[in-house]
Ligand binder design. Structure first.
Ligand code: GLC
Length: 532
């Protein structure tokens, strides 16, 4: 086993990063009348994050936005939507997070802006505009959320491209002026003191601007694997743009990090985003989409480490985010893998089984070498809310899919903090999506101090991870096919039982995702052990 990362390696190589979906984390006043979370709400809950033991927070967009896509339709890249607070709140949040030893990443959305961004009216040449073909759009491209990827420019013969919703026109990244403006946006946030940026939908920039037909028929780009090999996605020239962002970040001291959201066809394509001179890390969607099956999980770990080895970038691991079905629900279903952006219809879920597996999956993820991403609420074991009333659904996926796909609102329900009834201490009286009454048992307050709670498990795992996992050593142990067992240097072995029979354990159990009676690891359970 080799350890390419000495102890003094940059923080982000092994950071646990907690995703805050700002609309749904906590409210302290600014967003209260809209039922939304806000920046002051995050500041008030920094103690929760520090106690949990994460290293950093990534905060989803809080910029001025008409909220056609929950804030991923940005109308001003350097401002704060008044529903979320002010720029001074961001400054205070960064300072207070730093005081608690937490780093802060903000979200940059470069592929598109809001249709209400002043650039769209003032300088449409910054966007992808084309004449139509006959009466129709310039080509057959479809949007990620469903329906055509083109809409007519108001008052013109031209059409504008929108890879996502019609309210999100795509910028033309072959235009030097677009690149220059985003250099300035990056500098703005780096000057303000953020520790890094998560960059949204990066492969969408690499669209083929000769605009050939894609031939994938109607529907939604993300509903099947239409995006794989599509001319709408992941073309080589995106890496020129990525390298330019990196050169801007490299002007700054202090180990700032660029994190790529690159949903691409497999670990080798993803590794291209973190080749030398490009971004520092990339999300691991192959891990997020993997089913709860030993061979699939083993294959994803091997393929990830192998693809990244030549780049020198660390691996990252992730089970949930604000676009995907929460993994407690996913792992309780017959089919435990998931497609991009929750487009799966979704069978009924056995939530007790799902939670058992989710807890085991957390110990697996947190023992792997590299960095991990937690999505708010997974430390509470929250399930997806699958029965939101249709009239309350806000994700554009719902309308644009026909409506056939309920979209991503079910993983975005505001967090339950305390108390026995909604709004569970969220801070807004009427949360923008209703919380299930059954969440009374899942509040942070209810779980605090309970030795069997998921919150206690996450806190213990993060504490042990800090103590025992300094480097990036990793090696599989000999084990039966339905068991994943690996050793991380002298300090720790992780064993996950994905079979149907209890597994005898060797070594002292440091932490387990569930009871381990008689030193036998039950099915769907993971343990961290000393290495004998
Ligand atoms: C990313 C975001 C998602 C958003 C899309 C368009 O995938 O995570 O929430 O809808 O980009 O910006």
């Amino acid at each position: 086993m080799s350890d390419p990362s000495p102890r003094e390696s940059p923080w982000w190589r092994r950071a646990v990063v907690y995703e805050v979906y700002v609309r749904s984390f906590a409210s302290a006043g600014a967003g209260r009348s809209h039922g939304l979370g806000d920046l002051a709400g995050i500041r008030g809950r920094l103690p929760h994050l520090a106690d949990l033991g994460v290293d950093a927070v990534w905060i989803t967009p809080f910029y001025p936005s008409p909220m056609a896509d929950g804030g991923y339709d940005v109308a001003d890249h350097r401002g704060v939507d008044p529903r979320f607070g002010t720029l001074d709140d961001v400054r205070a949040l960064v300072a207070e997070a730093h005081d608690r030893g937490l780093r802060v990443l903000t979200d940059l959305v470069p592929n598109h802006t809001s249709i209400e961004h002043p650039w769209f009216a003032e300088d449409p040449s910054l966007y992808v505009l084309r004449p139509g073909r006959g009466d129709g759009p310039p080509n057959d491209w479809i949007s990620a959320f469903g329906g055509p990827a083109w809409s007519r420019m108001p008052g013109s013969d031209l059409w504008y491209l929108h890879t996502f919703a019609p309210e999100q026109p795509d910028l033309d990244w072959s235009n030097e002026e677009v690149r220059r403006r985003f250099d300035d946006v990056l500098r703005f946030w780096l000057d303000l003191g953020v520790d890094g940026l998560r960059i949204d939908a990066v492969p969408a920039i690499g669209k083929d601007l000769t605009l050939p037909d894609a031939g994938h028929g109607p529907g939604a780009l993300f509903a099947s694997s239409s995006w794989v090999g599509s001319p709408q996605w992941d073309g080589d020239w995106v890496h020129d743009v990525v390298a330019r962002w990196r050169s801007v970040v490299d002007e700054y001291p202090g180990d700032r990090v660029l994190v790529s959201e690159s949903v691409v066809a497999g670990p080798e394509r993803a590794a291209r985003y973190v080749a030398p001179g490009r971004m520092h890390t990339t999300f691991n969607f192959d891990h997020l989409h993997a089913p709860w099956e030993p061979a699939a999980l083993r294959a994803v770990v091997d393929a990830t480490l192998a693809a990244l080895a030549p780049t020198g970038a660390p691996a990252t691991w992730v089970l949930s985010n604000h676009d995907e079905t929460r993994h407690v629900t996913r792992f309780g279903r017959r089919s435990t893998g998931v497609g991009v952006m929750g487009f799966d219809a979704g069978d009924p879920s056995d939530l007790a089984l799902g939670l058992r597996r989710a807890r085991a999956a957390a110990l697996l993820m947190l023992a792997l070498p590299g960095s991990a991403y937690l999505y708010q609420g997974e430390e509470l074991g929250l399930p997806e809310v699958t029965d939101l009333p249709e009239e309350l659904l806000q994700d554009p996926t719902w309308e644009r899919s026909g409506p056939t796909s309920r979209g991503r609102d079910g993983c975005r329900v505001p967090l339950p903090w305390s108390g026995s009834a909604p709004p569970f201490g969220f801070g807004a009286e009427d949360p923008w999506l209703p919380q299930p009454a059954s969440w009374a048992d899942l509040t942070a307050q209810a779980q605090d101090g309970d030795p069997t709670s998921t919150l206690t498990l996450y806190r213990a795992a993060l504490r042990l991870r800090r103590e025992l996992l300094a480097g990036e050593e990793f090696g599989w142990d000999d084990a039966p096919a339905e068991v994943l067992s690996f050793t991380r240097g002298p300090g720790l072995r992780c064993v996950v039982n994905l079979g149907t029979e209890p597994l005898p354990l060797v070594g002292e159990v440091l932490l387990a995702s569930g009871p381990v009676p008689g030193d036998e690891l039950p099915p769907d359970t993971a343990a961290w052990l000393t290495v004998p």
